[in-house]
Design a protein around this ligand. Structure first.
Ligand code: URA
Length: 232
């Protein structure tokens, strides 16, 4: 790829500004200063200000979303992107969340600049199971286990029933729910439908990835290999 395209692709500067970056000797390729913004380079072998290009093969990050921030580029208030390195926001293609968690949901959230990966992971065909841990403000009726598993629960305002989901009641007001689809506010709406409104909600697993195994604190992130999800 051209050096000016690289600088803009990875969020350093605009293509127009790239000439000045090159002129000042900020970009080196295979140990030599790049002389012209049109010079072709392999991103993995470029240094900018002496540092390798971050996520030169695409950005794949698992983030422990804290409570109170929104999975959006536009909304008011704190956004998940405000908690991540500023340069990620300038990358083009943009870094996006893979699906969303509500503002008041914490837990495992994937981010990527790979549109094909994002699409594959959110496509209904894909069915990557997601596990949520929650507490409720009223006891969970034991009958909810069979109802959620039946594939017959129709949420308010919807026509098609939810796919079968696995509910494990861990305490009178706490449980784990595994979903194989992602409808709007699905966990909250399913539990509200059985008279147990959700009080706290955290996504703890996405397919083979477990939040606990990543040893993150809320607000922290770690790179992952997208092959982890290959063929799922
Ligand atoms: N279900 C919800 O209700 N909220 C989320 O954030 C995710 C799943």
């Amino acid at each position: 790829m051209r050096t000016d395209a690289l600088l803009s692709r990875f969020g350093y500067c605009s293509r127009r500004e790239a000439a000045a970056w090159v002129k000042r000797g900020r970009v080196t390729y295979r140990g030599k200063s790049v002389k012209s913004p049109s010079e072709k380079v392999e991103p993995a072998e470029v240094l900018v200000d002496g540092e390798p290009v971050p996520f030169a093969d695409g950005l794949y990050v698992a983030f422990y979303k804290p409570l109170g921030c929104t999975c959006s580029h536009r909304e008011e208030g704190e956004l998940v992107y405000d908690l991540l390195p500023e340069m990620w926001t300038a990358r083009n293609p943009a870094v996006n969340t893979v699906g969303r968690l509500d503002k008041e949901t914490s837990g495992l959230l994937l981010l990527t600049d790979d549109g094909a990966f994002e699409h594959a992971m959110t496509s209904p065909k894909h069915h990557v199971p997601k596990v949520y841990e929650f507490t409720t403000s009223a006891p969970i009726p034991p009958g909810a286990v069979a109802l959620f598993a039946s594939g017959e629960l129709v949420l308010q305002g919807e026509k098609s029933p939810c796919l079968p989901a696995e509910l494990v009641i861990t305490d009178s007001c706490a449980g784990r729910l595994t979903l194989h689809e992602g409808r709007y506010h699905q966990v909250r709406r399913m539990l509200a439908a059985v008279g147990a409104p959700v009080e706290t909600l955290c996504r703890v697993e996405i397919g083979p990835m477990k939040l606990a195994a990543l040893h993150l604190q809320p607000g922290e992130w770690v790179e992952f290999d997208p092959k982890l999800f290959a063929g799922r």
